[in-house]
Design a binder for this molecule. Structure first.
Ligand SMILES: [Zn+2]
Ligand SMILES: [Zn+2]
Length: 1010
């Protein structure tokens, strides 16, 4: 055997596409040659423009799963693609380090159940150290997964939201809010989690589908009117504990209320609810005694029944004339329950506003664990929701309970700890984002979202425009930098570390950082009264940390250059999260109706193969690192982007990876291998054998020009689909071009021309290589943002191997642009007709069970003159592809074709007839092709290169008839299978060889090569 070139493992593509090995090798190449750094430096110096970017920082509180990496694939795709287009993108990492999610993770690690235990047992200083340790642990996991997936993000330039320099810049946002009167302290009803012992922001209520079906009591009870005997308001609630903090009843001012007579009592209920409520309570005997309007009821006093249990309630009644009276409010829903709503300003948002505007005191006797304080009398020390039962019992004792049942309803729980949330009036700090809502909406409208549904979801969330409660009673977070005077209540806002250190009463010791407990130890002297100023004991909502990143992660100069950033992409749930806080903070910072991002793509959720949400409790989390150890990064990347549109839910199924996605990449791999082996054999030189050279020498055939024309359309479609974030459509186009156009249509048209090593036709072969060089190389570039490892491997082992002057990495190549000069629509249509005709010959063969490999003598094409002449102009290809010796054309089916020996197929107005009869010559050639195919398979199996020329091929156990038929084709066969000689034997004894058994139409035969 002779080999035209020696195998070199680094430089050569292995026989099979083995992506895991290949990717490992490519990553090493990138790292050893610092390709990522070189790319970034190159584009920083030579670029077509800057595209700002700020990383949506993953929270370092857990192991990354494949859903995270769907998003990171989209980010990396954009980076590689835009970089190839010549842009500089500061694709720098960032990590969200603080806040509740991390604290909860560390609490779990330390085995503490709540904040009190944490402070007593662990202490703040150690806790902060543990938090830092925990984030570093998860950071390693993320960096590792980034590496395995080939995410070209700059890890060295990462920002960390817990670092002092970041915190200082985050404070600048707050300072602006403070100066504009947008940062306020106030009592406010907030959603509070008894488990995490902190309030939640509006954005967190309902976050990550945290509404759960829960059971609650559902009870009707009555409050007696103070001045009318036997008359009651009928009220309904699912939260009996709020009766402890009840201060008013509300009715709708315009609604009509009925006094319903039941036995000796009268119950007040809104008119339209009388019948349904009576039915629900099973009361048949009742009559409406009197009608009044809501307005008439205003000011009516009722007996609060628990004054004995909660003495403070009696005090409140003395303090304000509206306590335990009826008020009228438009928000009262008259179509549910009884239309009479009891008001607990300490436990409800609407109730709170109703009380606040009337000056009614807010009664909220709760501690940090949402247990009642001593102000709640008998209830002292009871957890709010545990008071439900006591309240029901007390109502029963007093004869005020009408009915109690259990209801199952959707109720918001904490998205982290899954405790039922409680609404509580607490002292908090707010960003009055409600005051800037118009600007925020205007800014949001200017952003490009690519898809309508997430845009609508985002805008409608923003329209709620509620104030943002940014204070958290936690430890590991950015401290609220406000100090308050113990004596006179004056406040100061400190916005830098320098300022804090300069003005501190006592200079801090070493190790000072902008965290609790160190900042809490700093006190100032009040300028107004000389009193001691202490820090307001809050940290900031963690969403405020990441929302500050466009300013906080950059220097002033970078901020000016890169913000507003060009494009961001994050998961769909960030409509309530990061997309929201980025926007709010930026409007506060700049005072302008401008968003910090010009475009935002929200990504759909990733679920498990069965379409279930990934969760720790189900044990179905697909961990990124484990997955990438087992499966190819490129195949995963291609799969995640190709399977569905980026906003759709993706059910990640590892079983699917090895199917179509692998096939597509493997086809590109083998096409490239086919090209490199053949072109090297013929000493193709892309510098010499250029496309222009081939044109000048008239070496290009219609098939080449057709392929080049198709390529331009693919480049164009692929680019425009990436531009609109239709990644799946862009890849569908690429996939179709690779599998259908290149592999299934073009290669069969030129394979025979490439097969020979006849010096006479060398130039034609070189012209085909010139075509393939251009086409395959372009396709490799188009694939690069999606399958960077494969594209780099092909760049190194195919293109750069042939042309050492190419850039060091595929990433330094330019993104292809369509060449309109090469686009030839009439030619594409002509080929469309050709392929249609060829596929009709296949259909006709199938009817007569004639293999495509078997040559046939003649075909007759019946079609319009125009179609016929189109086909005639590419007759060589037509005959080659349909494996028929001659073609005839007609407008009407000739009479002979009605004979039995003809088979046909038809589509639209194109009909094809084939002569099915084969004479000895055709039978011999067909048999030769059958055998050649078996030898080829054996060559491949035994690891020979297609270009290797073997000494001999032996075929044994053939009958006499077959040998006779084959005799005229022995030489042709030798050429076809690249052996010097071919020997035919009746049985195996005739030659000493290593025989391989194979089948030829149910008959056993034997083949040997070497
Ligand atoms: Zn919680
Ligand atoms: Zn003072």
């Amino acid at each position: 055997m002779t080999a035209k070139f020696k195998t070199n493992s680094v430089q050569t593509l292995t026989t099979d596409y083995r992506p895991l090995e290949l990717e490992k090798e490519i990553r090493t190449f990138w790292e050893n040659n610092r390709i990522r750094e070189k790319l970034a430096n190159f584009r920083e110096k030579h670029n077509a423009g800057l595209l700002g970017y700020v990383e949506g920082p993953p929270t370092l509180n857990g192991i990354p799963h494949i859903g995270h990496y769907r998003g990171r694939t989209m980010k990396d795709l954009r980076y590689r693609w835009k970089t190839m287009q010549g842009y500089f993108v500061p694709f720098w990492a960032g990590w969200d380090c603080q806040g509740l999610p991390v604290e909860l993770e560390v609490e779990k690690l330390l085995g503490v159940k709540n904040k009190r235990e944490l402070l007593e047992r662990v202490g703040e200083e150690r806790f902060i150290q543990e938090c830092k340790k925990a984030i570093m642990k998860y950071h390693r996991e993320w960096v590792e997964a980034d590496r395995k997936l080939g995410v070209f993000i700059d890890q060295d330039k990462a920002y960390w939201t817990y670092k002092d320099e970041y915190i200082e810049r985050e404070w600048q946002y707050l300072k602006r809010a403070w100066e504009q009167g947008l940062l306020e302290e106030g009592h406010y009803v907030v959603a509070y989690c008894p488990g995490c012992q902190t309030s939640l922001s509006n954005a967190e209520v309902g976050y990550e589908d945290s509404y759960k079906m829960v059971e609650d009591p559902s009870l009707y009870f009555k409050f007696k009117l103070a001045d009318s005997p036997d008359t009651y308001f009928l009220v309904w609630t699912t939260m009996p504990f709020t009766l402890v903090t009840d201060t008013m009843l509300a009715v709708h001012p315009e609604a009509e209320y009925a006094k319903v007579k039941i036995d000796n009592e009268r119950w007040i209920i809104v008119k339209q609810r009388v019948e349904p409520v009576m039915q629900e309570l099973g009361i048949e005997k009742y009559e409406i005694a009197e009608m009044v309007t809501g307005k008439d009821l205003e000011g009516t006093a009722y007996d609060f029944p628990f004054k004995d249990l909660v003495p403070k309630q009696a005090e409140l009644e003395q303090k304000h004339s509206l306590v335990h009276k009826v008020i009228t409010e438009d928000f009262v829903d008259i179509n549910t329950a009884t239309g009479v709503v009891h008001q607990s300003p300490g436990n409800g948002e609407e109730d709170f506003f109703a009380a606040q505007k009337r000056g009614v005191p807010i009664f909220a006797p709760f501690d940090d664990e949402v247990k009642f304080t001593s102000e709640a009398g008998t209830f002292k020390g009871v957890f709010a929701r545990d008071a439900d039962e006591v309240v029901v019992e007390e109502l029963r004792k007093r004869g005020l309970l009408v009915s109690v049942k259990t209801v199952k309803h959707e109720y918001p729980t904490c998205w982290r700890s899954h405790h039922k949330l409680v609404w509580l009036a607490r002292k908090e700090y707010f960003l009055r984002t409600d005051k800037i809502n118009a600007k925020v909406l205007e800014a949001a409208e200017k952003v490009q979202y690519f898809y309508e549904s997430p845009k609508n979801r985002f805008i409608s969330f923003l329209k709620e425009g509620k104030p943002w409660c940014i204070s958290r009673e936690r430890v590991w977070g950015t401290p609220l930098p406000i100090w308050r005077c113990e004596k006179c209540g004056a406040k100061v806002f400190m916005s830098t570390k320098k300022e804090i250190l300069e003005k501190a009463e006592e200079k801090p010791t070493e190790g000072f950082e902008l965290h609790k407990p160190w900042v809490d130890r700093i006190t100032f002297r009040c300028e107004k009264c000389g009193g001691t100023m202490r820090r307001e004991d809050f940290v900031l909502d963690t969403w405020h940390n990441s929302g500050a990143s466009p300013y906080a992660r950059f220097t002033d100069e970078e901020f000016k250059k890169y913000v507003p950033v060009d494009y961001l992409t994050e998961a769909m749930d960030q409509t309530r999260g990061w997309a929201n806080t980025l926007l709010l903070e930026y409007v506060i910072l700049t005072g302008k109706a401008e968003s910090p991002y010009k475009a935002f793509l929200f990504q759909g959720l990733t679920q498990d193969a069965k379409g279930r949400k990934m969760s720790k409790s189900l044990g179905n989390v697909i961990e990124a690192n484990k997955t990438l150890d087992k499966y190819s990064a490129d195949v995963c990347r291609f799969y995640m982007l190709r399977k569905c549109s980026p906003i759709e839910t993706n059910d990640f199924d590892t079983q699917e990876l090895s199917r179509r996605p692998y096939q597509v990449l493997s086809t590109l791999y083998h096409l490239s291998r086919f090209f490199v082996q053949n072109s090297e054999y013929d000493n193709f030189d892309p510098k010499k054998h250029t496309f222009d050279w081939a044109m000048r020498q008239s070496l290009l055939k219609p098939a080449d020009l057709w392929l080049l024309s198709k390529l331009q359309g693919t480049v164009e479609t692929c680019t425009s689909k990436l531009e609109t974030c239709e990644f799946n459509s862009a890849l569908a186009e690429l996939e179709d071009f690779t599998i259908e156009v290149l592999s299934r249509l073009y290669v069969p048209m030129v394979r025979k021309e490439l097969w020979t090593d006849d010096p006479e036709t060398l130039n034609r072969r070189l012209a085909i290589y010139a075509t393939l060089w251009q086409v395959l190389k372009t396709v490799t570039l188009l694939f690069n943002p999606v399958t960077p490892h494969l594209s780099e491997a092909l760049h190194q082992k195919v293109y750069r191997k042939i042309d050492r002057t190419l850039p060091e990495s595929v990433n330094l190549e330019d993104w292809p642009r369509p060449d309109r000069k090469m686009q030839d629509k009439p030619l594409e249509e002509q080929f469309q007709t050709l392929f249609k005709c060829v596929s009709l010959t296949y259909a006709a063969r199938q009817n007569a069970r004639l293999k495509r490999r078997w040559p046939l003598s003649k075909m007759v094409i019946v079609a319009t003159e125009q179609v016929c002449s189109t086909l005639e102009s590419v007759e060589d290809l037509l005959l080659e592809l349909s494996n028929v010796k001659i073609a005839e054309y007609a407008q009407k089916a000739p009479e002979q074709t009605s004979q039995e020996s003809w088979v046909s197929a038809v589509e639209d107005n194109l009909q094809v007839f084939l002569v099915s009869y084969r004479d000895e010559r055709l039978l011999g050639e067909g048999l030769m092709r059958d055998l050649a195919r078996r030898v080829q398979a054996l060559r491949k199996e035994m690891g020979y290169m297609p270009t290797d020329v073997l000494d001999a091929a032996h075929i044994a156990d053939l009958d006499d008839e077959s040998i006779n038929l084959l005799q005229p084709y022995v030489k042709g066969m030798a050429e076809l299978i690249r052996t010097k000689t071919v020997h035919l034997h009746r049985n195996r004894e005739e030659a000493k060889a290593e025989w391989h058994e194979t089948q030829l139409d149910e008959k056993k035969i034997y083949v040997a090569i070497g």
